[in-house]
Write a protein that binds this ligand. Structure first.
Ligand code: ADP
Ligand code: SF4
Length: 681
């Protein structure tokens, strides 16, 4: 039978070049950029190896006055930047992919913290992050210089071997896009006023790029066609359409999406597969050029559908290509069940936002391709005939067992609960998180195929059970539990009154034990759990107040691009939010809350309190067995995941994978267990 997804493997002509198939890894940041060229090249190369026909860079600065530091992005400031970029191109070409580069002059988005240069922008506007610095307003000489720099960067990109050069007007991050937007562009010269004038710079950049490199390179335009701000911003059925109509045949490829980044990389908690279609589907009707769009597509049926319905010509992807660099090959080989589907958690984005190398919840090898020589599909074979016992089948235990099994070891997994999956299956029941189940589903599907790995659910292990099992190599992955006493990041001691019957932990709520009436959720965890429980309770008819010592609600979720969506959602549900506030006393019907900057506490009525603070590792089993090691009853013992130290799910998966990779290997604890890039030394 022919492959039902064959259409996805048709070549696509893009200007003077041909993409080998319809899988297009759109530009995406990764926290490596100019600082980690070898790591970056290895990561991009593996995507090409996995079948992505086009593999692009992250945003690449064209000039030192557009320095995005401390963010680690690409740099094409001068000729000496070419070799680092060429390294990535070579890695992509090695696997017959096309390499694309996204050129940016950021304008007011550039902080220039490293160069200390002054950036110019559409006007004199503030740079990001509440830093009290502004751009200067670009005059015509500046704009002529900008065109020269852009052209030079395109020529350098061509020299580095790139086949697709992207002019960038996306994410409300580049001067070309700021020029388009009425609320930023108040200029009175030929770059301001009418839409035609506001589009002038973008048109010029497209023309310049065509003229400079268009003989052999395709020129793409990455444009956000809607900012999801309503009439305040660009809309797809307003000026978005007019801009596309105006520039319709100018680029060789339209790469279209929505802005800003938190909308483009919409978290799965709020946006589902294909969520951008309604905004971008008009584009193909206005141009004869190919169109690429994104929408966290992981299902080949959905991909075929958007091609057949004429929504787009190429399936754009950042996150699905991060979670599974081999997604195209798996579809081609009819191994759809092997796709490691992105869960839309945006931990990948958080790494870029924290200026550290990319990581992924689903794919523990992401960002580790060069420094640890990890590969998403291959792993070194076993070194011995040892059999391993893994206790606990949460994300850490399952990934460890799967990877050990892939290496060829005999693995026994015991799990106390009837269903494997640990925290993931509990958390996936919370509002919007159903896709997170994929972390468990993918691992169980893979383990099912491994005859050497057996899972025994409903098997709670004691230390005696472990020692009696006869298995000498033991990995403990027993997870953690939420604290019940409210001690945490801000208040180190238990909160007075925590023993009351009306006080709940997240574990209670996830077990279906739900309070009613007026509920105070105290969030000293600062990621997703506090807001999710508030959402759950409000949805159940409770009157919810979210109290947090944080300076904003769910503060850490800003890095995963979720915070704005969370706050909007809680507002919509009528949840009262109090920041900078400590929960200092719990009584039967009321709670005492102390604002950080006010001298007197307030008393709030509350029938129930939910404490979302620290967690306690479930490491009793490990601690009991450790003396057993001393008595030489076991050959090896290791604790991983949340049982070692509570963390995010991505870390549990990573921890499990690391333990499997290091099992039976000689590891020197005195030096790093990875290579480092020290460029220039
Ligand atoms: P992690 O994120 O580190 O994988 P989880 O809490 O998600 O941690 O998973 C730990 C799993 O270990 C849970 O499913 C839990 O039921 C299981 N578990 C805990 N203690 C034992 C034990 N003594 N024997 C077997 N399974 C256990
Ligand atoms: Fe998807 Fe999460 Fe991996 Fe990012 S970190 S690619 S959102 S699974």
């Amino acid at each position: 039978m022919s492959n039902p997804y064959a259409i996805l493997f048709e070549p696509v002509q893009i200007g003077p070049v041909t993409a080998p198939n319809r899988f297009y890894q759109v530009p995406h940041c990764n926290g490596m950029g100019y600082a980690f060229p070898s790591g970056l090249a290895a990561m991009r190369g593996i995507k090409a190896e996995g079948g992505w026909g086009v593999v692009c860079t992250e945003e690449t600065e064209i000039h030192y006055t557009s320095d995005l530091s401390p963010s680690l992005e690409g740099r094409m400031w001068e000729d000496s930047d070419i070799p680092a970029m060429a390294k990535m191109v070579a890695a992509v070409h090695e696997h017959s992919g096309l390499a694309g580069i996204e050129l940016v002059y950021s304008g007011q988005h550039a902080r220039n913290h490293f160069t200390r240069a002054v950036a110019f922008g559409v006007d004199s506007f503030s740079v990001p992050e509440y830093f009290p610095a502004q751009t200067r307003m670009a005059d015509k000489e500046d704009l002529r210089a900008l065109r020269r720099w852009h052209r030079n960067a395109a020529l350098r990109a061509k020299q580095a071997g790139f086949e697709i050069i992207t002019c960038y007007a996306g994410h409300t991050l580049s001067i070309a896009m700021f020029m388009l937007l009425k609320r930023f562009n108040q200029r009175t010269d030929e770059y301001g006023g009418s839409l035609e004038n506001r589009t002038r710079l973008l048109r010029e950049l497209l023309e310049d790029t065509h003229e400079a490199v268009g003989d052999t390179c395709a020129v793409a335009l990455r444009l956000a066609v809607d900012e999801l701000l309503g009439p305040e911003g660009l809309t797809h059925d307003g000026e978005g359409t007019e801009i596309v109509a105006m520039l319709a045949e100018m680029p060789d490829l339209w790469d279209v999406n929505v802005s800003n980044w938190s909308n483009d990389s919409g978290p799965s908690r709020f946006m589902k597969e294909g969520y951008q279609e309604k905004y971008i589907s008009f584009v193909k009707g206005l141009t004869s050029k190919p169109v690429v769009g994104v929408g966290r597509y992981t299902s080949p049926e959905a991909m075929v559908s958007v091609i057949e319905r004429g929504v787009m010509d190429l399936i754009g992807s950042a996150r699905p290509s991060i979670a599974d660099p081999f997604l195209p090959h798996k579809i081609k080989e009819g191994r759809v069940e092997d796709i490691r589907e992105c869960i839309g958690c945006n931990i990948c984005a958080s790494a870029d936002n924290k200026n550290i190398p990319i990581r992924c919840t689903q794919n523990p090898t992401m960002g580790e391709e060069w420094r640890r020589s990890w590969h998403p599909e291959r792993i070194p074979a076993k070194r011995s005939k040892k059999s391993v016992l893994v206790v606990g089948a949460g994300p850490a235990g399952l990934e460890c067992a799967r990877a050990l099994g892939q290496r060829g070891y005999e693995v026994t997994v015991t799990e106390a609960e009837r269903e494997p999956g640990g925290r993931v299956i509990r958390e996936a029941e919370l509002p919007g998180l159903s896709e997170w189940r994929r972390v468990v589903d993918w691992r169980l599907t893979q383990i099912e195929k491994l005859p050497n790995v057996t899972i025994y659910p409903g098997s709670k292990m004691s230390a005696a059970d472990v020692l009696e099992s006869g298995l000498g190599d033991v990995i403990i992955a027993t997870g953690c539990s939420w604290r019940r006493d409210g001690a945490g990041r801000t208040l180190l001691a238990p909160i007075p009154g925590w023993e009351g019957e009306q006080v709940y932990s997240p574990d209670d709520l996830m077990a279906g034990i739900l309070p009613i009436g007026k509920v105070l959720v105290y969030d000293d965890d600062h990621y997703y759990m506090g807001s999710l429980l508030a959402e759950l309770l409000a949805g159940n008819g409770c009157q919810v107040t979210l109290v947090t010592p944080g300076h904003s609600v769910s503060a850490w979720s800003d890095y995963t691009l979720e915070q704005a969506h969370i706050i909007r959602k809680l507002r919509h549900l009528g949840v009262e939010m109090r920041t900078h506030s400590l929960l200092t006393q719990i009584e039967q019907d009321r709670t005492q809350v102390q604002h950080e900057y006010q001298s007197e506490p307030v008393w709030l009525d509350a029938d129930a309190v939910v404490l979302v603070t620290n967690r306690i590792p479930n490491d009793e089993l490990y601690r009991e067995l450790k003396p057993g090691m001393a008595l030489e009853k076991l050959d090896s013992l290791r604790v991983i995941g949340d049982a070692e130290a509570p963390n995010i799910i991505a870390n549990a998966v990573f921890s499990g994978h690391l333990a499997a990779q290091e099992f039976d290997e000689v590891v020197d604890p005195d030096v790093p267990n990875f290579r480092r890039e020290r460029v220039g030394f």
